[in-house]
Design a protein around this ligand. Structure first.
Ligand SMILES: [Zn+2]
Length: 446
């Protein structure tokens, strides 16, 4: 069966000039709405003397203040449950999700019927771009509860007309037997879970994962899917075509994803949010007219009823490309380098945990690819050497030589000094949800 190339050709291939007109029209409407319905934004705009009507071009958006995660959390503490920034009464809220991976009180995101429709449309474009079609059967390997990587994916995959198999996390046996019994051909999960599952299938079922018939794997929820060596390992394990998507609980469940060209994840929701890239130090908005821009990702909703955000700082550090993609989608493409909170700086050199992971994955089978970064003090500045715990491969005999080789490779490729502690294969924790590359020793016992 042949299907169209795009889920929504009108939006996904819209010429940029036309798209900017559409965005400006929706932005002005949204800002007026926020001013009227969100006490949080009325106050923020008034503090800087801005009025929605002052915003006449997309560039004017940079005159409005940023919104941070901390502000949203404070807003919810002051006015539970959804905060001052919520712009509808609870009677119009149809579902509440919470954002994952944060310490302390979780933060909540409510959606109306209309918000739900925009989520379904966005995530359907994402999964279509990643190869889900009505004749696909997708096994769900993300958690199905509060997490935005759960139910919104179900809604979208069903909307496409594909078959959705709701297994979730913590049920690896059931996940594997459902692939075997139902003949599922796609799997969506985190990179760490795809790697964990492959080991699990070999050890427990004594079969090679590539014989199970999974043709495509859609990764998300952590940067590993964009790390070349991690992706390559998953492709080899499963014999599948691997793509990745990225989302944010406060913005949209998944807003960008690879196409088959895999030249970066296309931003697929330009009619629901405006993407901006800023210099994380100065806060200056970086023009997207160069071929490649690096900075922090910032979003402004332009079609949101319950919790609309203006210039929300995601803390995701990305590289964005705007040159045309052979697939025909016009949306800019991005690759997540890491969370700005995870960046380490050693003697002035930026080191991303995902880059360390990439180097160690590339040294398999002499290592297992598993690594833990031990921090005695909060980053980003770390005095060298950086302490790493690395699992050696099961056939390695000369550990001293391996340790030297890893330290030299890291110095050569990433320009920093490491102190490597080798540990036996299987020692470091495996994660079903998000991999934790950094172990904060200074938080132990808290
Ligand atoms: Zn493309």
């Amino acid at each position: 069966m042949t299907y169209p190339r795009f889920y929504n050709a009108h939006i996904e291939t819209m010429p940029l000039e036309q798209l900017r007109e559409l965005q400006l029209r929706k932005l002005r409407k949204q800002l007026a709405y926020n001013y009227q319905h969100s006490a949080f934004y009325r106050q923020k705009f008034e503090e800087v003397g801005a009025h929605p009507e002052d915003i006449r071009t997309l560039e004017d958006l940079a005159r409005l203040p940023f919104t941070t995660k901390e502000e949203l959390r404070d807003s919810q503490l002051e006015q539970p449950p959804l905060g001052h920034h919520a712009a509808v009464p609870m009677s119009r809220v149809v579902r509440i999700h919470s954002s994952s991976g944060t310490t302390g009180r979780p933060s909540y995101v409510g959606i109306t019927h209309h918000d739900r429709d925009t989520w379904v449309e966005t995530v359907a474009r994402v999964y279509w771009s990643e190869g889900v079609r009505p004749d696909s059967m997708v096994v769900m390997g993300f958690g199905m509860s509060f997490f935005v990587g759960g139910l919104p994916l179900k809604d979208a995959i069903e909307e496409i007309g594909a078959t959705f198999v709701p297994v979730g996390t913590g049920a690896s046996d059931r996940l594997i037997t459902s692939i075997q019994n139902l003949g599922a051909n796609q799997l969506t999960c985190t990179p760490s879970y795809a790697i964990y599952l492959a080991e699990y299938v070999r050890n427990k079922f004594h079969v090679e994962p590539r014989t199970l018939g999974i043709r495509r794997i859609q990764l998300g929820a952590e940067p590993g899917g964009g790390v070349p060596a991690v992706r390559q390992r998953i492709e080899e394990d499963w014999g599948a075509f691997v793509t990745e998507g990225i989302g944010n609980a406060d913005v949209l469940p998944v807003y960008a994803a690879d196409c088959d060209e895999r030249l970066g994840m296309h931003f697929l929701a330009p009619d629901f949010a405006i993407l901006e890239v800023i210099d994380p130090e100065s806060g200056v908005s970086l023009p997207l007219d160069q071929s490649q821009v690096e900075g922090e990702l910032v979003f402004t909703h332009i079609d949101r009823e319950c919790c609309p955000l203006v210039r929300f700082r995601t803390r995701d550090r990305v590289i964005v490309w705007t040159d045309p993609c052979p697939c025909g989608r016009t949306g800019p493409r991005l690759r997540c380098v890491g969370r700005t909170d995870d960046l380490l700086i050693l003697r002035g050199v930026n080191v991303w945990p995902s880059a360390i992971k990439d180097v160690l994955m590339g040294m398999r089978p002499r290592t297992t690819g598993e690594v833990q970064i031990l921090l005695k003090q909060p980053g980003p500045r770390v005095d060298p050497p950086l302490h790493l715990r690395v699992e050696y491969g099961s056939d390695v005999e000369d550990l001293a030589a391996l340790k030297r080789e890893i330290e030299e490779t890291l110095r050569e490729k990433l320009i920093f000094t490491a102190e490597v502690e080798l540990v036996p294969p299987g020692t470091l924790p495996r994660f079903e949800m998000k991999a934790q590359l950094i172990r904060k020793l200074y938080e132990q016992g808290r």
